[in-house]
Unconditional design. Structure first.
Length: 187
């Protein structure tokens, strides 16, 4: 304020913003401290204003919980409401009962890949069933969605899972992909 009275308001503004050199302003003894204050204050003021604007933008985007944003994205990208879980799943037992002899053999081989307690020759059908369901859900989740109904999508995923069982049935070195995934990434 003193500089405004001593060297004039316009000159003080020019010195503080760096438009005019403090060596040109009279009296110089008050222009130099004003210039140094300008070198420190102007970037700080601009930085503070930019920081405020950026902080407000970040807070505006963080105002919603991540789960809310993900739920909204899922709603926007999903088609019709999903079927109840009991209609989405076909069991290994149903596949065995409805399938050809090759499908039945593939189901039995898949069960054998899930031994009871990890040691017995007897299949752990509960474990195999969960992994077959996970396999169908994985296929449904990774497939490009078509404009079909949810029932058609489930039917297509079931057929793909059965095709997978048939393809790996005769491979002695085959391991259940769900078992392999869970061993690498425990739940």
């Amino acid at each position: 304020m003193l500089n405004g009275f001593l060297i004039g308001w316009a000159n003080a503004y020019d010195v503080i913003t760096g438009i005019t050199s403090p060596a040109v302003a009279r009296p110089q003894w008050c222009a130099w401290p004003l210039s140094l204050a300008g070198w420190a204050a102007i970037p700080a003021i601009i930085g503070a204003a930019a920081g405020y604007v950026i902080t407000e933008q970040i807070q505006a985007h963080h105002a919603r919980e991540l789960s809310d944003v993900l739920d909204e994205l899922r709603r926007r990208t999903s088609g019709p409401a999903p079927l109840p879980r009991e209609r989405l799943v076909i069991t290994l037992h149903e596949v065995h009962e409805q399938g050809s002899e090759a499908v039945k053999a593939a189901v039995l081989a898949f069960g054998a890949r899930h031994p009871l307690n990890g040691l017995s020759a007897e299949p752990d059908w509960g474990w195999a069933e969960k992994h077959f369901t996970s396999l169908i859900e994985t296929i449904m989740g990774t497939a490009a969605p078509l404009q079909d109904s949810a029932a058609a999508t489930v039917h297509r995923a079931k057929n793909e899972a059965i095709g997978f069982l048939l393809a790996v049935n005769t491979r002695p070195d085959y391991h259940c992909p769900i078992c392999v995934k869970r061993q690498r990434h425990p739940l």
